[in-house]
Design a protein. Sequence first.
Length: 101
Amino acid sequence: MQAQIEIAEGKATIGLNGRFDFSAHRAFREAYAAALESAQVRELEVDLAEVDYLDSSGLGMLLMLREKAQAANKTVSLRNCRGAARQVLDIANFAKLFTIK
C-alpha cells in the first residue's frame, strides 16, 4: 500500500492506494504522524478511493488514528469508500464512529 498526504486549509488528506492490511501499518502511521503534530491541522480525512482491499487490521489502524486524533482535539473522516472496502466498513458499523463522505 502507498499513502500520500496533502495538507491545506487546516485539513490533512491521506490518500491510500492498494491493500489496507497489516503490511500497511508503517506507511499509514508515517502518513498521519506529521498531521497529528501540526497545530494548523484540525481535520484528518482518509481517502479510500484507491483501496481495493480492507481487513480487520485496516479497521484497527483507522480506530487507532481516531483515538490519537481525539486526544489531539482533531476529527477524522473517511471519504470515497466503495466496493469491498465499503462493505467491510458497513459490516463493522464504522458509520457510527466516523463521518463517511
